[in-house]
Structure formats: structure tokens, C-alpha cells
Design a protein around this ligand. Structure first.
Ligand code: UD1
Ligand code: CA
Length: 525
């Protein structure tokens, strides 16, 4: 940051911050207004508002115009202290500031007005404070935040006097070749003293290449009236990046990512591949956590100390406890307890709360599920609208059938339960502490504590079926050779003929041979 920061403590609060956000942002080619496009979990406008908030201005005004309903709704939702001011037609940046000040009574002539574009998300609050301090020190009528850039195209050029004062700002479209070659550009961020600003705004014309009232012409008007206009150059010109198209949106997103990831590393987080680690501004990650490649931490996600996240994780508004390991997982609105192991290939949907030391394994999807300490859902399961008690184990392939086509129902599993592989738990249903279910069971009735619930059909084995019904296949040859070596079923003599219809390739077995329920026994013992 710049050297001029010392005056901040005694710095007066500006009377107003005016954020310009009425333009259409045509080059975005979007139905979403430009300032509502997001990087790092916030809209461009929210980033700008966050940068100016510490100035403590008495009023924060956002000039809205194009798609104003969307912008006003976004402001109301996320920044209720901010007042929108409508600019009906977009007559230029100078017109926008005039409209904002006309809508605002009671600003004294010596008070400060800060102007910022709504599309510069990389501005920092440190820079904003330093700019205000510089303005006060220079006792200027206006102070322009400038940047020295290698490619100034598209920006207004800053014309300085030999004294260093700013004489004018000339827009690219109005610049002659000598002016266009100047590499000090106008960032579009200014501090004005209100009296001279208001006066200069009355002198603006539309006599320029774009037929607009340029705010930049205020600078020339002030200079003509012998009012001092100072320039405050950015240490890091990258802060000035204005987002006008999707390419600049991506560029700003990358800068923001690098800032956030760098801050995380400084705070003790190991990041294996910073370029593929994306962390939103409101995320917290504690020290000694490791973030592996392709990790996206969104929203209000919080990761406690010494966790390992990634590779390939997308966690949104999710809390991860200390020492947890989460790999190849998508999670939203979920809580993962300390020392859990989640993934790979796991989907935790909203309302998943898992306790300490839980294992949630591959191809498991959860939703509205409370899974207590030490429980395990190791593989291939859907757990929806469920409570699972401590240390219970949910077998491979288990489905919590929660939806009857009209309503969702809950399944409650007690502690130390063993749910057999491929169980279907048809909610609403409860399984008591210490109970078991048999593999492949469909559980529609409550299972009391300590019981084994099974629902199994009797297995029917039809010997020689393959040789008869699938002659000439590899399976038939394999079966026959086993038979001829005396090593298989039916080794002695001819293949027995099945005593009834069997399933065929043409369709399911006739109902007569379907063996259902537990009639006739069939339990192994
Ligand atoms: C402006 C500056 C240019 C500077 C650049 C920095 C002017 C004339 N030019 O150019 O010197 O280098 O910013 O990024 O000021 N807006 C309104 N109402 C309007 C017109 C614009 O609210 O009538 C808003 C836009 O939504 C945008 C901001 O003002 O947020 C800047 O407008 P834009 O058209 O992007 O100006 P630039 O051409 O980038
Ligand atoms: Ca712009």
C-alpha cells in the first residue's frame, strides 16, 4: 500500500460515497447487469461497497439505471444501508454524479464526496483510505486515483502540469496520438470537495466523441478555475482493473483468487496448487489445513484446523471440523464433524450434519441427514431424511426410500445398528439400537432394538439350466467341462430336467415360479 496512510485516524468521514452503476455493460452480453456479475462469491458491486465501507461515509449512494430493478433488489438484499438513486437515461458519468447529488440534501461545501465506478472490484479499502488522506493533505478540490499501466487503451489519460497537478483527463476516443501515448490512466475513482464539484458539474457539456457528460471534464473545469487537482497513483495498478467484458471478469477473478489464496497461505494454510484453488471472500480456513488441487470453497464455508480438503472438492456454505479429510466431494449447507473421512465421490446435500469420526464413502449421497459420531456409510448409498445413531454401519447399496411420490418421510436408525447390504428402508420407519437387517431386505415396518429383520425369498437352484437353455455359449462349455472332469454340479450322468418353467431370455419368469416372502422357509441356519 501507499506511504500516505498515517492520517487515517483523524480522517473525517466523507459526506457521501457515490457508486456509479447505471450503465448497461453491453460488452458483457448478458441479461444480468454488469455490476451483478460475481467473482469470489460477491457481485462486482458488493466488492466495491466493501472497499468503501470502512470510509464510514454518511451516505452511500448507488446510481442505478439499466436493469435497475435487479440492481435495487440486490442492494436491498445484501447492502441495506445503501441508497439507490435512479438515473433515468445514462447521460454519462458526470450526469450520473449530478443526479446523485441533486437527490441528496445537506452536503456542506467543504465536505468530501467520493466517487467510484461499480465495476472495479479489485479496489481495496486501504487504497480508498489513503486516497482520502492524500486529498486532505493536498487541500485539493479533487484528487484522482491514477495508475501507470503498460497498456492504457480504453482508459482516460491523465494530463499533468509540470508542477504535478492534473490539468485534464482526456478520454481515449477524444485523444490525439500524443495524448493516447500517455500511460498514466484515470481509474475512475475520485475524492472531491463538494462545493467545487457541484459548481463544476454545472459546466459540463456533451461536446465530445461519446456525446455524454463526462465526469472527467470536471477536472479540466476545476483546473481552469485555478482549483488544485491532485493525482494519487496506485502502487499496484492492477487494483484499477475495470470489468467491461467476460475476459476482464475472468482476469479480475484470478487476481482476487490469488489475493485470497496468498492470504490463506500467509495464515498457515498449505495450498498445493494456488492456481486451481478458489476461495470466496467470506470463507475461513484455519491454520495447518491442506487444500489440494481443484478445490472450490464457496459462500460461508468454514474449515477448521488441520483438515485436508481435495482434490476436486466443491464445498458451499459447509462447515468442516478439525482434522477431517474430504476428497472429491460436493457439499452444500452441510456440517462435517472433526476427524471425519468423506469421499472420494461423495455428495452431501443441504441439511447433512455428520458428527465426529464419521466415514462417508464412495458414491454416497446424503440429504437432510443427521449422522452421529463414529457411524459409517462406506459405499454406494442414498441417505435422505434420516437420523443415524452412533457407531451404526450402513451396508453397501442401502437406500433410504424417503419419498412416496407426495411427501418425504423420515427414517430413524438407533445406535450400534448394522444395516445389511442392499437394504431398502421404506420411510417412515425406525430401527432400534443394536438391531440388524439382513442383506437385500426391504424394511417397511419398525425393527425393535436387538432384532434381526430379514425379508428374503427362498433361493431356487436349477441345475443344468445353462447347458439346456444356453447351448454353445462359453458359459455352457465352461459348465460342461467342469461336469466332464467330475468337478461340478451334475457331474454324474445326464443333466437333470428342471421341474418347472424357468426364466427365459424373452422375459421374466412366469409368476408361478416367483418365490417371494418367507413362506416355505429357505433361511440358512
Ligand atoms: C470511465 C472514465 C475513464 C476511466 C474509466 C476507468 C469517464 C468519462 N471516463 O470510462 O476516464 O479511465 O472509467 O474505468 O468517466 N455510468 C453511470 N451512468 C452513466 C454512465 C456510466 O452510472 O450515464 C457508470 C457505469 O455503469 C460504470 C461507470 O459509470 O460503472 C463508468 O462508466 P463506463 O462507461 O464504464 O466508463 P469508461 O468508458 O470505462
Ligand atoms: Ca468501465
Amino acid at each position: 500500500m501507499s506511504a500516505i496512510t498515517g492520517a487515517r485516524v483523524t480522517q473525517p468521514r466523507p459526506a457521501a460515497v457515490v457508486v456509479l452503476a447505471a450503465g448497461e455493460g453491453k460488452r458483457m452480453r448478458s441479461t444480468t447487469p454488469k455490476v451483478l456479475h460475481h467473482i469470489a462469491g460477491r457481485s462486482l458491486l458488493e466488492h466495491v461497497l466493501a472497499a468503501v465501507a470502512p470510509l464510514g461515509a454518511q451516505r452511500q449512494l448507488v446510481v442505478v439505471g439499466h436493469a435497475r430493478e435487479q440492481v435495487i433488489a440486490a442492494i436491498a438484499g445484501r447492502a441495506p444501508d445503501v441508497s439507490p438513486v435512479v438515473q433515468d437515461t445514462q447521460g454519462g458519468t458526470g450526469h450520473a454524479v449530478r443526479v446523485a447529488l441533486q437527490a441528496t440534501a445537506g452536503i456542506g461545501p467543504d465536505e468530501l464526496v467520493v466517487v467510484v465506478p461499480g465495476d472495479t472490484p479489485l479496489l481495496t479499502s486501504a487504497t480508498m483510505s489513503a486516497l482520502v488522506a492524500a486529498h486532505i493533505r493536498a487541500a485539493a478540490a479533487a484528487t484522482v486515483l491514477t495508475a501507470e499501466v503498460s497498456d492504457p487503451s480504453g482508459y482516460g489519460r491523465v494530463i499533468r502540469e509540470p508542477s504535478g497537478d492534473v490539468r485534464a483527463i482526456v478520454e481515449q476516443l477524444d485523444a490525439d496520438p500524443a495524448t493516447a501515448a500517455i500511460r498514466e490512466i484515470n481509474t475512475g475513482v475520485y475524492v472531491f470537495t463538494a462545493g467545487p464539484l457541484i459548481e463544476a458539474l454545472t459546466s459540463l457539456t456533451t461536446d465530445n466523441a461519446q456525446g455524454e457528460e463526462y465526469l472527467t471534464d470536471v477536472v479540466g473545469a476545476l483546473f481552469a478555475h485555478r482549483r488544485a487537482v491532485a493525482a494519487y497513483p496506485l502502487d499496484d495498478p492492477g487494483e484499477a482493473l475495470g470489468v467491461n467484458d467476460r475476459i476482464q471478469l475472468a482476469a479480475a477473478g484470478i487476481v482476487m483468487r490469488d489475493r485470497i489464496v496468498t492470504a490463506a497461505m500467509r495464515a498457515g494454510v498449505t495450498v498445493l496448487d494456488p492456481s486451481t484453488t478458489w476461495i470466496d471472500v467470506d470463507v475461513t480456513v484455519e491454520a495447518d489445513t491442506t487444500l489440494l488441487p481443484n478445490t472450490f470453497l464457496h459462500g460461508r464455508t468454514r474449515v477448521a484446523a488441520a483438515a485436508v480438503i481435495g482434490p476436486d472438492c466443491t464445498l458451499t456454505d459447509t462447515v468442516v471440523g478439525a482434522g477431517a479429510t474430504v476428497s472429491r466431494t460436493t457439499a452444500a449447507d452441510s456440517v462435517i464433524g472433526p476427524d471425519c473421512v468423506v469421499g472420494p465421490y461423495t455428495h452431501l446435500r443441504p441439511g447433512t450434519h455428520i458428527g465426529r469420526g464419521v466415514k462417508i464413502g464412495s458414491f454416497v449421497e446424503t440429504k437432510s441427514a443427521q449422522i452421529a459420531d463414529g457411524a459409517k456409510v462406506p459405499h454406494l448409498a442414498y441417505v435422505g431424511d434420516a437420523v443415524i445413531g452412533e457407531r451404526s454401519n450402513i451396508g453397501c447399496g442401502t437406500i433410504f426410500a424417503n419419498y412416496d411420490g407426495i411427501a418425504k418421510h423420515r427414517t430413524v436408525i438407533g445406535a450400534d445398528v448394522k444395516i445389511g447390504s442392499d437394504t431398502v428402508l421404506v420411510a417412515p420407519v425406525q430401527v432400534g439400537d443394536g438391531a440388524y437387517t439382513g442383506a437385500g431386505s426391504i424394511i417397511t415396518e419398525d425393527v425393535v432394538s436387538g432384532a434381526l429383520a430379514v425379508r428374503e425369498g427362498r433361493q431356487r437352484t436349477i441345475e443344468g439350466w445353462v447347458q439346456r437353455r444356453r447351448p454353445g455359449t462359453a458359459a455352457a462349455r465352461a459348465a460342461s467341462s467342469r461336469a466332464s472332469t467330475g468337478d461340478g454340479a451334475g457331474a454324474d450322468g445326464p443333466v437333470p430336467v428342471a421341474d418347472g418353467p424357468v426364466p427365459t431370455a424373452d422375459g421374466p419368469a412366469p409368476a408361478a415360479v416367483t418365490i417371494a416372502g418367507s413362506a416355505g422357509g429357505g433361511r440358512r441356519s
